[in-house]
Ligand binder design. Structure first.
Ligand SMILES: Nc1nc(=O)c2c([nH]1)NC[C@@H]1CN(c3ccc(C(=O)N[C@@H](CCC(=O)O)C(=O)O)cc3)C=[N+]21
Length: 286
């Protein structure tokens, strides 16, 4: 049986709506003579990173954000990278600074993240922004991928309050921040990870299941509760193309709704980056 189209949570469509909604805000900034700007710092030439950065650049063009890419060689010193960020911190025209991750081994990622002034931290990775998310539920400069998940749930009127939310993965980029966002929205939250005993015992209880492990088709149908909401954050490149962390075809038969890969949370990550850039611009000089 063909899946009902509304079972598929169309992140691409929601992302387009987010972009449309930014239009008026960007217009009123421009009327005040303010040109919002995002600078992406790209170290080395990892092909996947280059692809993501090109998506970010195109999205900025679509909505009228000035985008700049600072390309640094793979062997750039930490000192030179920090000096570059310091220049961007001081640059009046730069509203958002995003350092594309992962960084080369010889660079201390935490130190780089902490060197960005929190006001321009459009990734929401700086401890000051992480802290505001955890203590206050502040979503202004919150990490893009989890913020995109919440926006998709809201767009489809999916209730979070009182639900059993289970997250598989505990990264700083997705697992930990989405746990805090769901908690702030009154879900009961469980975070599972590589040392979790009996993963299936947890995932099969989930009303909302977030898969953010980075392993292709790791979540199988037997691990998922009938009627659950499944959010697939995985972006795994295989010989068969892009696949998520969820065994999509089998799982979609069982659940109430699911995000596809591609076309799910990926595009939302870009859309919320644009939102964060406009928020940073408005808060600093709007
Ligand atoms: N500082 C930093 N911030 C990030 O936000 C960040 C990062 N580093 N490093 C890498 C990850 C990954 N990421 C994605 C962005 C867009 C898609 C995306 O648009 N995906 C589309 C298309 C995928 C494709 O065709 O390649 C989709 O899922 O439909 C995916 C993944 C941002 N990241």
């Amino acid at each position: 049986m063909e899946v009902k189209s509304d079972k598929i949570l169309d992140g691409k469509k929601v992302a387009e709506k987010v972009e449309d909604n930014l239009e008026s805000e960007i217009k009123s900034l421009k009327e005040k003579g303010i040109e919002p700007g995002l600078t992406v710092v790209l170290v080395g030439n990892d092909p996947a990173s280059q692809v993501y950065v090109s998506y970010k650049e195109k999205a900025c063009k679509r909505v009228g954000i000035n985008s700049n890419i600072v390309d640094l060689p793979q062997d750039v010193s930490q000192e030179d990278l920090l000096a570059e960020i310091e220049d961007l911190n001081k640059d009046e025209q730069v509203d958002g600074i995003l350092v594309q991750l992962p960084l080369p081994e010889h660079i201390d990622e935490e130190k780089v993240i902490e060197s960005i002034v929190p006001e321009k931290d459009v990734d929401g990775f700086h401890p000051a922004n992480v802290g505001r998310l955890v203590t206050q539920g502040d979503m202004d400069l919150a990490p893009c991928t989890p913020k995109g998940i919440i926006e998709v749930l809201n767009e489809y009127n999916i209730d979070i309050e009182g639900k059993e939310a289970v997250i598989v993965g505990r990264s700083n980029i997705v697992g930990k921040p989405i746990a805090n966002m769901l908690l702030h929205n009154n879900a009961t939250v469980t975070i599972c990870h590589s040392r979790t005993k009996d993963l299936k015992a947890h995932t099969s209880q989930a009303d909302i299941l977030i898969a953010a492990v980075g392993r292709e088709e790791f979540i199988t149908a037997d691990m998922v509760k009938e009627g659950a909401i499944v959010i697939d954050v995985g972006i795994n490149r295989t010989d068969d193309g892009l696949v998520g962390d969820v065994e999509f075809e089998a799982v979609k038969e069982k659940v109430a709704a699911i995000t596809p890969v591609p076309g799910g949370i990926g595009p939302m990550t870009i859309a919320t980056l644009l939102e964060n850039t406009i928020t940073a611009c408005e808060q600093r000089r709007g």
